[in-house]
Design a binder for this molecule. Sequence first.
Ligand code: FAD
Length: 450
Amino acid sequence: MRIMIVGGVAAGMSAASRAQRFNPKADIVVMDRGEWISYGACGLPYVLGGDVDDFTSLVARTPEQMRARGIGVWLRHEVTGIDAGAGTLTVLDRDGGKTITEPYDRLLIATGVSPILPDWAVTDLNGVHVLKDIPDGQAIEASLKGAKRVCIVGGGYIGLELAENFRARGLNVVMLEKGPDIAGRILDTEYQQQIRAVVEANEVDVRCGTTVTGLTGKAGRVTGVQTGSGLVRADVVIVAVGVRPNTALAKAAGVRIGKTGAIAVNTRQETSVDGIYAAGDNTEATHRVTRRKVHIPLGLTANRMGRVAGVNMAGGNATFPGILGTGIFKVFDLGVARTGLTQADADALGLKAVSVDVRSTDHAGYYTDAKPVHVRLTAERGTGRLLGTQIVAHNHLSAKRVDVVAAFLQQRGTVQDLFDSDLSYAPPFSSVWDVLLVAADRLHREVRAG
Ligand code: FAD
């Protein structure tokens, strides 16, 4: 059996490893148009900030290690076409310039996402960047030499992580955001404002409600960003305004694309075309709270989808359980996390939801260095079914509490279930009634008052 995998990062490599373990006799080949495979893109901001030594530290498995396990790795090979009827791929060898045709029995499309580039960002000027992969990170690193002022366009989690890491290098940072606040699509308004306060306290110049209209440059190098409210001078510009799934290859092969714009699959990661699977950032998933299809591209989702696809392509039977959109990021000392639905999400879906906010400390107030932690817990009125949580913690590790709620959401648990849970306690870690238990207790009353 020949298993061909397009894309060699989280989803593609998980699939290859899993397929190989499940069926060691299978001929497995991973093709990537780039030079890097099997690395943690999530670590890129921290290389730029200096917490991680270099870009190669992000690599989990080298091509040589994969080859030693019997998995073929073709770098700089771009798949340009799929003939699903014939079961063949058209592959461009980007070094040799040759196009070859390769047969497959099972095919995985794990092509990820591409950063969105608004018209104003399509430029020949040096110093304008996106951050998606290691070459992007290396290009940013090179651009930062001699730079004093960086403008980040977009206040999502990647923009925020970069803001922190650029400040760590002593750079002046301006963040431009079109929406009314940063972290706009991640948290409810009140929580966005808390993040903004901390980011501004760390001397990032945040300008919300600012629309970028163009770039200025001199001698081939960017010098600034034009906005509706004037010119922002910058030596380096980072465009972090979102991503879109890479679906062109799938579309051309007749694979169905879902309403989310990402590739539609069943729980086995099979697409609408026989023998073709999809996994990772380019693929939609079922939200376990709403049962709707969503596109929330995150690392664990990509790895898990790849694992499921790998087993199934190799002849096994695995299913993907769906997602909750559980996410966490650090910005300065803050840990910010969410899982399930925000109150705003629930309102937009027409659910009868109620939320409580609890402001407490991450551990016993009398024990040294207790830091604020704010939790919003959301549930369905009447039934008490948990819908989601948002956490902003002033000691970033404390935001990992989100995982407790994620585990309950996974099991369709109620506020009462959460309240009844036997959570750990000692003064350096939490109060005897942890902030999550306090929130569950209060929310339980609200839900019943419903
Ligand atoms: P990708 O990593 O995008 O890999 C797809 C690969 O396919 C690429 O190497 C590409 O070259 C290749 N490819 C595409 N088209 C072709 C073709 N036609 N032929 C051959 N090869 C092709 N997620 C989290 O959960 N937590 C985080 O903290 C986090 N931080 C992040 C920080 C940054 C800066 C970035 C960029 C991402 C972050 N993510 C985070 C997201 C996470 O990295 C992704 O979810 C994950 O990498 C997706 O893996 P993937 O395999 O689906 O796609």
